[in-house]
Design a protein around this ligand. Structure first.
Ligand code: THU
Length: 137
């Protein structure tokens, strides 16, 4: 699947976002090593703190299903009245969750970029000097 197709997957599930407080809705499409896709949306909470981002929803769904190896995540989001085509970068907490399960050198983070080719970063680019499982060996 191309990055542009993956962004479409993220945009599709963005419609499932539960974001009555921020009105900022996000969708994510996470790809496993075997090529399976796990989707996620953000899920907010009246107490604010328990809010779960789209990226973490996708990771937690996948890990619950037994997946541990991932190659890529596509993210599309923005204020709910927008088309979700502007880049929506993952928050620090989500980058840290990626660090738990992904190789920072090879795991790719794909962001919508308007009419242009989606942006693509490695986890290492977005989380330099990250702390991860290797630090506890
Ligand atoms: N959010 C995500 O789901 N992913 C991101 O990459 C950035 C932020 C959500 C969390 C919250 O529900 C809303 O967007 C505003 O922060």
């Amino acid at each position: 699947m191309t990055n542009a197709e993956l962004i479409l997957e993220a945009k599709k599930v963005r419609e499932r976002a539960y974001a009555p407080y921020s009105h900022h809705s996000v969708g994510a499409a996470l790809v496993t090593k075997s090529g399976k896709i796990y989707h996620g949306c953000n899920i907010e909470n009246a107490a604010y703190g328990p809010t779960n981002c789209a990226e973490r929803t996708a990771f937690f769904r996948a890990v619950y299903e037994g997946e541990r190896e991932f190659t890529k995540i596509a993210i599309a989001g923005g204020m709910e009245e927008t088309d979700g085509n502007a880049p929506c970068a993952p928050c620090g907490v989500c980058r840290q969750v990626m660090m738990e399960f992904c190789d920072p050198e090879t795991f790719k983070i794909v962001l919508a970029n308007g009419e242009e080719e989606p942006l693509e970063y490695t986890l290492k680019e977005l989380l330099p000097l990250g702390f991860g499982p290797d630090n506890l060996k």
